[in-house]
Write a protein that binds this ligand. Structure first.
Ligand SMILES: *[C@@H]1O[C@H](CO)[C@@H](O)[C@H](O)[C@H]1NC(C)=O
Ligand SMILES: *[C@@H]1O[C@H](CO)[C@@H](O)[C@H](O)[C@H]1NC(C)=O
Ligand SMILES: *[C@@H]1O[C@H](CO)[C@@H](O)[C@H](O)[C@H]1NC(C)=O
Ligand SMILES: *[C@@H]1O[C@H](CO)[C@@H](O)[C@H](O)[C@H]1NC(C)=O
Ligand SMILES: *[C@@H]1O[C@H](CO)[C@@H](O)[C@H](O)[C@H]1NC(C)=O
Ligand SMILES: *[C@@H]1O[C@H](CO)[C@@H](O)[C@H](O)[C@H]1NC(C)=O
Ligand SMILES: *[C@@H]1O[C@H](CO)[C@@H](O)[C@H](O)[C@H]1NC(C)=O
Ligand SMILES: *[C@@H]1O[C@H](CO)[C@@H](O)[C@H](O)[C@H]1NC(C)=O
Ligand SMILES: *[C@@H]1O[C@H](CO)[C@@H](O)[C@H](O)[C@H]1NC(C)=O
Length: 409
């Protein structure tokens, strides 16, 4: 999907007075002419919301907010709002052998990923991307440049972690990094027998789920997902393991580079352009799958005329978020801790089955209407925290209107 912004504001440089004045200037200019504003970090939104989701917005491009600076005494990294995940991982590794939990695609920008959850294989060890945020520098709708954390403008800080797009433009993320694992093993295990029959496909998934929930070897060091790849012509369990083993060993950077599929983790700071056309739906569940829906899913995937000869190519990834010792949502985090509802997810799937599931923000689906999106992505308790109901402005409008109608009051 492509949308045509009315104007693109490429803010000059981070950490300078220019940057601090340019974003407020752009916002107030847009506000004056009634133009919606959208910040772009990396531009990986599934629905192209980084270019506004419709034509005629003012896009504020954060490409120049590209610095990564680690305080290797506290382990806190100050990271520009336009940094891509590969450069983030490489930067904190180079500066102090540190690591963060985040996704695998090196080109994804930090902005949407870290403020809407942010999952990768290392999330079960370090928590979701947003759980590692400890403070933010941002520009509010009224043009104020503020530094927030759980004690300063705590309400805004709460909202930013899950629903940032409605409340401000993050120029710097302060992230609590962890010591990088000494050994980071990327594994991939193929189950050809899952392709033989519906029974086998069902049995393999139920086996993987049983292993994930009950095996004593499963702990936070393991991250895994099940992939039906190439239109269900392959069935693979893949992931990472922090720790020694007799299999091929790599360090964290090599492992991440392999996962990213590019052979190199660093992404050009300017002029990076990779495009893909696809459509995704997600479902997430906080309880284990019963055998019946898995059988139905397998039937669908392996049926002639359906999954097997779909008119377009497809894949499905079922990622393990929860199960024993997962650090995602550790210490009983829930929707009171941040504006995010998926802390107790067990599996997050990019596929659909008709039951009351939730969905995952970073697999955003532009076909959902507003109410459906709010309920699926945020859940009822968080939805009820908003006071706008039907009158609630669209998220981009909050930015412009909040001077008169603060989004949080
Ligand atoms: C931390 O930073 C200091 C100063 O840049 C450097 O001398 C030291 O080697 C760094 N420590 C690690 C673990 O990278
Ligand atoms: C903008 O809003 C913030 C948060 O409510 C407030 O602290 C600040 O004083 C406001 N700035 C202006 C210029 O109104
Ligand atoms: C804010 O976070 C810090 C560090 O994580 C913690 O020590 C402090 O108690 C928290 N404050 C509140 C009000 O939650
Ligand atoms: C199912 O998997 C088993 C091994 O787990 C294999 O022996 C069998 O041939 C497979 N195919 C069918 C149709 O059951
Ligand atoms: C998947 O299906 C599409 C459309 O039928 C086809 O173009 C593509 O080559 C298939 N991919 C694989 C790996 O079979
Ligand atoms: C990785 O990419 C960076 C920037 O794109 C480049 O400078 C570097 O030489 C590359 N490294 C390797 C090993 O290809
Ligand atoms: C799972 O989610 C549902 C719906 O959001 C909720 O009612 C239920 O309490 C949750 N169950 C567990 C075990 O967390
Ligand atoms: C969320 O967590 C807080 C603090 O741990 C707890 O007091 C509250 O009851 C929880 N809320 C729900 C809906 O589980
Ligand atoms: C799916 O669920 C919706 C809402 O619960 C219901 O209206 C619809 O009929 C269901 N569809 C199927 C195919 O079961």
């Amino acid at each position: 999907m492509t949308y045509i912004p009315i104007l693109i504001s490429l803010v000059l440089a981070s950490a300078s007075l220019h940057a601090k004045s340019q974003i407020p200037a752009a916002i107030s200019c847009a506000s004056k002419y009634g133009i919606p504003v959208q910040a772009k970090s990396g531009g990986h939104s599934y629905a192209s919301y980084s270019t506004g989701g419709h034509n005629g917005i003012l896009m504020i491009d954060l490409e120049n907010f590209n610095s990564v600076s680690l305080d290797n005494r506290t382990g806190i990294a100050a990271v520009g709002g336009g940094v891509r995940l590969g450069n983030l991982a490489q930067g904190i590794w180079d500066q102090g052998r540190r690591a963060l939990g985040h996704g695998t695609c090196p080109g994804v920008g930090i902005g949407g990923h870290f403020t809407h959850g942010g999952y990768g294989y290392s999330s079960r060890a370090f928590g979701l991307a947003l759980e590692q945020i400890i403070g933010l520098d941002l520009v509010l709708a009224n043009g104020s440049f503020v530094k927030i954390d759980n004690e300063t403008l705590g309400d805004v800080y709460y909202a930013l972690r899950g629903a940032a797009d409605s409340f401000g433009i993050v120029t710097t993320f302060y992230l609590q990094t962890s010591t990088a694992p000494e050994v980071d093993i990327k594994f991939s295990y193929s189950f050809p027998q899952a392709l033989d029959s519906i029974e086998n496909a069902t049995a393999v998934f139920m086996g993987v789920q049983k292993f994930s929930l009950y095996s004593p070897v499963v702990g936070r060091n393991l991250g895994l997902g099940v992939t039906l790849g190439g239109n269900a012509t392959s069935y693979t369990v893949h992931g990472t393991w922090f720790g020694s083993s007799s299999v091929e060993l790599t360090d964290r950077i090599t492992s991440l580079a392999m996962l990213g599929g590019e052979g190199n983790l660093t992404v050009p700071l300017h002029g990076f352009l990779q495009q893909d056309n696809f459509y995704a739906k997600s479902v997430s569940t906080n309880v284990s799958f019963a055998e019946e829906p898995i059988r139905k899913f397998s039937e669908y995937a392996y049926s002639a005329g359906r999954g097997l000869n779909a008119p377009i190519s497809w894949f499905s990834i079922i990622s393990l978020y929860g199960s024993p010792d997962s650090q995602i949502g550790a210490e009983g985090k829930n929707g009171s801790w941040a504006a995010y509802s998926g802390f107790d997810d067990l599996w997050v799937v990019q596929n659909c089955e008709n039951r009351s599931y939730n969905a995952y923000l970073n697999y955003i689906d532009p076909e959902l209407d507003r109410d459906e999106a709010w309920h699926l992505y945020y859940g009822k308790p968080l939805f009820e925290k908003t006071e706008f109901g039907e009158k609630r402005p669209r998220s981009w409008r909050c930015l412009l209107e909040s001077a008169e109608h603060p989004c949080l009051e």
